[in-house]
Design a protein around this ligand. Sequence first.
Ligand SMILES: Nc1ncnc2c1ncn2[C@@H]1O[C@H](COP(=O)(O)OP(=O)(O)OP(=O)(O)O)[C@@H](O)[C@H]1O
Ligand SMILES: O=P(O)(O)OC[C@H]1O[C@H](OP(=O)(O)OP(=O)(O)O)[C@H](O)[C@@H]1O
Length: 335
Amino acid sequence: MDLVNSLEGRLLFAVPKKGRLLSAALNLLEGADIQFKRENRLDIALVKNLPIALVFLPAADIPTFVGEGRVDLGITGYDQVQEHDAGVRALARARRMSNEWSADKDSDKKPRGCDTIMDLGFGACKLQVQVPAKGEYQTGRDLVGKNIGTSFVHLAAEYFARLELEQEGIKIDSTASYAGRKLRTKIIELSGSVEAACALGVADGIVDLVESGETMKAAGLKAIDTVVETSAILIKSKAPSNPAMVDLIAARINGVITAQKYVLCQYNVPRDRLADATKVTPGKRAPTVTSLEEDGWVAVSAMVEKKRIAPVMDDLAKVGATDILVLDIHNTRGS
Ligand SMILES: Nc1ncnc2c1ncn2[C@@H]1O[C@H](COP(=O)(O)OP(=O)(O)OP(=O)(O)O)[C@@H](O)[C@H]1O
Ligand SMILES: O=P(O)(O)OC[C@H]1O[C@H](OP(=O)(O)OP(=O)(O)O)[C@H](O)[C@@H]1O
């Protein structure tokens, strides 16, 4: 099959090809009924039931492909988008400094960058500054002028540029002004296993992702500051090839996420306690109330956030609700 030619007319959707975001991203695609078969070792898969092609890329590269408008939609970490944007700021500054760039000369007039459509509710972690737990460093400022190991070189550089400027008594509000500055702090680019850098004497501190904190603890490190809080997001290019298809995919994915986040709570309650009960379960928009065959009673159903369901059931019982049922929601639309 001539794969490249069969991409014609298809919306391109980038998905992480490996790593922490892969399985949750694939679950989302399944929930959104995006059907595909990925051939062994091929990073492009045609979707069978929609005019879409999936492109499997490293999470770190997805903001570049989407930002340059080569791919219409993408799933990646917010941290990766921030790192990409910081890289673009640094490059712009370097070009301004060397006078080799002017907006007119270099721009192909295409809008650049990506827009966030929605948070996907998985892949939550923090990009943190970490130092040896038993060492002398207590704050980010203590690391100014030292060696820092990281895969997030541009975000780390902006973080230390801000601290260096503050130490010099210069306070600047815009991140663009930190980007691409010459630093006293040495940022060492590492592509993985960053936590090993301190123990092996490559770095005095690191900037890396922390979720449970297990990796950090095992490496004898502690966090002293947070650079970015992140989770997986759905992004789109500034000028997608098929905006209606982008909206359709976004609506389907939103339906799956909402279904994962909420349960449906149903119960019976005496009509004179209805006001108290619906205060407990106001629903997403409003609860559905139907009358029961038995006089003086109504049945209520309302969506409730999964994480709140146990106390909600306790409170419903307290206001006199009975036959309280909790049902999983398989999918939703328009919510
Ligand atoms: N421990 C974690 N918990 C939750 N999300 C994470 C975690 N580590 C990474 N992520 C998210 O997943 C994204 C991809 O990280 P991951 O380490 O899986 O990348 P990768 O593509 O396998 O790259 P690498 O080869 O550098 O490990 C990160 O940018 C972040 O948004
Ligand atoms: O706080 P924790 O739950 O321990 O997770 C944090 C670790 O997860 C990520 O790495 P990953 O395991 O994906 O491998 P990598 O080091 O090769 O990127 C991240 O870079 C940390 O090392």
